[in-house]
Structure formats: structure tokens, C-alpha cells
Design a protein around this ligand. Structure first.
Ligand SMILES: [Zn+2]
Length: 62
């Protein structure tokens, strides 16, 4: 489901998807029809945040 526009609160339309490249996560790009505001969503980032909160296992130590 597309997110709501941050500027006017009207629903957005998905205009593109950026695949994951290297360290950059997958990104969905949405655009608001009425004010042309661009909103990007990183669906994989939420999971990472949740995981790092419950236990920081993946932090390299020196
Ligand atoms: Zn808008």
C-alpha cells in the first residue's frame, strides 16, 4: 500500500523502484498526484532497525 503524502496527506502513486545496490537498501518511490511531492520508502530498513534494537549482533568491533 502506498504511503500518504507528507505535504498534503493525499494518497500517493508508486512511480518507481530502486533495486538494492551494495549498501543501499531497496527503495520504493512514490509521487503525490496533487502536489508532486516525492516520497521514498525503504521497506527493508524497518526490519534492520527492529533487529538492531533487539540485539546488536552485527556490529563489527575493532
Ligand atoms: Zn501531496
Amino acid at each position: 500500500m502506498p504511503p500518504r503524502c507528507e505535504a498534503c496527506g493525499i494518497g500517493t502513486v508508486r512511480i518507481g523502484k530502486l533495486p538494492r545496490i551494495g549498501l543501499r537498501p531497496l527503495v520504493y518511490v512514490y509521487k503525490c498526484d496533487s502536489c508532486n511531492q516525492i516520497t521514498s520508502v525503504e521497506p527493508e530498513r524497518k526490519e534492520e532497525t527492529l533487529r538492531s534494537r533487539s540485539g546488536s549482533m552485527r556490529r563489527p568491533r575493532r
